[in-house]
Design a protein around this ligand. Structure first.
Ligand SMILES: Cc1cc2nc3c(=O)[nH]c(=O)nc-3n(C[C@H](O)[C@H](O)[C@H](O)COP(=O)(O)O)c2cc1C
Length: 211
């Protein structure tokens, strides 16, 4: 698939079929994820592939706990905005069917805790910057394989509990949970802000490049 087409149509696919996803295709996607950069080329990631129903059940429970608060606040905030209500319904579906998703992929960072990094001005950016490029690569690779995937962080609201459920040592931080499966629906296109609304030239507020 042409890269531009994958980028234009990759979106959060939350409604997934329960059909299995083979390791072969999944490892191909993780291998492509690993082409991403990391700070100092440390490659300090770990990817947990979760198929065990007991572990999925625990992550589903954490997701429901967080969504019970976040989701009801979200419903109140979006009011009658039909588009946002559709997103909330899709998340609700995902939360309700989390155990049935064939595989959950949990990208993690190994090494020093984020608290250590936060003493440096760009610490947080450098720390998480070593996992999010790989996560986006993974999402694009899933798109190219015809798999549905969606980035979630709410199941990790309690890193302590998530770490216990996944058996992670203290120096491994789970950063996201990505449910992966064959999509029930279709891909994008996605709706995003127009580029001219977000670009500034040289200094904040200059909306046009110097002639
Ligand atoms: C840091 C981060 C955390 C996210 N956490 C969640 C989550 O917990 N649950 C969820 O359903 N989507 C989550 N998302 C997905 C966003 O809601 C989604 O990317 C956004 O709505 C755009 O969706 P689209 O690509 O389908 O247009 C998260 C995205 C990011 C970048």
């Amino acid at each position: 698939m042409p890269l531009q087409e994958a980028m234009q149509t990759q979106r959060a696919i939350r409604r997934l079929k329960p059909d299995p996803v083979d390791d072969e295709v999944l490892l191909r996607c993780i291998e492509l994820a690993l082409k991403a950069p990391t700070g100092s080329n440390a490659q300090n990631w770990a990817w947990i592939v979760v198929r065990d129903p007991e572990v999925k059940r625990k992550l589903a429970r954490f997701y429901r706990q967080a969504w019970s608060i976040y989701g009801s606040l979200g419903r109140r905030r979006v009011g009658s905005d039909a588009k946002m209500l559709r997103v909330i319904d899709a998340v609700q579906w995902q939360v309700d069917h989390f155990e049935e998703v064939p595989v959950l992929v949990v990208p993690c960072l190994r090494g020093l805790a984020p608290r250590f990094f936060s003493v440096f001005p760009t610490g947080g950016s450098s720390h998480y910057g070593s996992i999010y490029p790989a996560i986006q690569n993974f999402l694009l690779a899933c798109r190219a394989e015809g798999l549905g995937a969606a980035l979630t962080t709410l199941p990790l609201w309690s890193v302590f509990q998530a770490r216990r459920a996944l058996g992670l040592p203290l120096n491994v931080q789970p950063c996201a949970v990505i449910p992966v499966g064959w999509p029930k629906g279709r891909y994008g296109p996605t709706t995003r802000k127009p580029v001219e609304k977000v670009v500034h030239y040289d200094r904040w507020g200059n909306r046009k490049p110097k002639a």
